[in-house]
Design a binder for this molecule. Structure first.
Ligand code: NAD
Ligand code: KPL
Length: 306
């Protein structure tokens, strides 16, 4: 078997979910933590814990700081979109020629920023619908089954290590249209998440704000078509409606971020769509208005507006 190390940058929810499943399958994993303080905190915990359907498994996965000098061949970047560029910059000197980076960020914009920083390595974009949250430091709850699409923007071939994901039970598929997938997820998030924050409601409550949702979908379809992503626009209204109904009882991820006083990824979601619309001369007054309202809303709660 290929024994390339899996370095994982960011031991938060998704990073821990990937790290524990890979390590549980016997694959070699290294966690990369921010600094010596985090390394000390991790050591005192005795490992990373996966809580899956009430079963707890603690794995003593070796960890190191970003300043370690171990060369990196394969890196999963599992931090938030607004941290990705700075995090990759901090380990860039450790990347071997021909290294591969898996970028697990939601939204769009951070992937290109990272790829621009490290043009000598292969960047693989990941779109994930799996759900996880931390119930304690270095402990993750696998909250929602989902799927991972991986792909690159150079129409490259699928890497030969995908079977390691199968071995680890990480559901995945190589995608030849990863940008379509990321744009589609971005559009769904833009049609649903900001409105749940502004109306302070669950996803299902948006059924009472249908006109507002439909108006955002109309503009999103226009932006997608104008910026060269027409595939991601097909049937958007119906899918948004379906997702609202299927997740009616849930609070969106952005709602949860705001409710828990966490910075949101606005700049990589609605912010990215509004910027792309402007660059293409596409009129999107509703999206821009919601973006401004959202920025005011989070700032009023002491959170960054970007
Ligand atoms: P998280 O906040 O739980 O984890 C991010 C981790 O990265 C944190 O532990 C943070 O300390 C660490 N980090 C940040 N900068 C670092 C640096 N310079 N060096 C070392 N570590 C650093 O975030 P998450 O929920 O795992 O989300 C990661 C991405 O995945 C986001 O873009 C999110 O939108 C997306 N996503 C999350 C979920 C989910 O269920 N959690 C689902 C789908 C997509
Ligand atoms: O992905 C989501 C989120 O909450 O971030 C859904 C459920 C699709 C709502 O946009």
């Amino acid at each position: 078997m290929n024994t390339t190390l899996w370095h994982i940058l960011g031991a938060g929810s998704l990073g821990s979910l990937w790290a524990t499943r890979l390590a549980r399958a016997g694959l070699p994993v290294r966690l990369i933590l921010r600094d010596a303080t985090r390394l000390g905190a991790y050591a005192s915990k005795g490992g990373l814990t996966l809580n899956e359907q009430g079963q707890h498994l603690t794995l003593d996965i070796p960890a190191q700081t970003v300043d370690d000098d171990e060369p990196i061949q394969r890196l999963l970047v599992a931090c938030k979109a607004y941290d990705a560029e700075r995090a990759v910059k901090s380990i860039a000197p450790r990347l071997k020629a021909g290294a591969e980076l898996l970028l697990l960020q939601n939204g769009l914009g951070s992937q290109d920023a990272v790829a621009g920083l490290v043009p000598h390595v292969r960047c693989i974009f990941v779109s994930s619908t799996e759900g996880a949250f931390r119930d304690a430091d270095f402990s993750v709850v696998f909250a929602g089954k989902g799927f991972n699409w991986l792909g690159d923007t150079q129409s490259g071939a699928a890497p030969d290590w995908l079977d390691e994901l199968s071995l680890a039970g990480i559901p995945h598929q190589w995608s030849s249209d990863i940008l379509d997938r990321l744009w589609r997820k971005l559009a769904l998030n833009c049609a649903i998440n900001p409105l749940t924050v502004l109306h302070e409601c669950r996803n299902g409550d948006l059924l009472q704000h249908r006109e507002e949702v439909d108006a955002l979908c109309d503009e999103l379809v226009q932006v997608l078509k104008t910026c060269g992503q027409p595939e991601a626009a097909i049937g958007l209204h119906a899918e948004v409606n379906r997702v609202i109904q299927a997740t009616a009882a849930n609070y969106s991820s952005m709602y949860q971020d705001v409710a828990q006083g966490r910075r949101t990824e606005i700049s990589y979601l609605l912010g990215h769509v509004c910027n792309v619309a402007r660059q293409h001369g596409c009129h999107a007054p509703g999206l821009n208005r919601i973006r401004e309202q959202l920025i005011d809303h989070v700032r009023a709660r002491g959170l960054p507006g970007d």
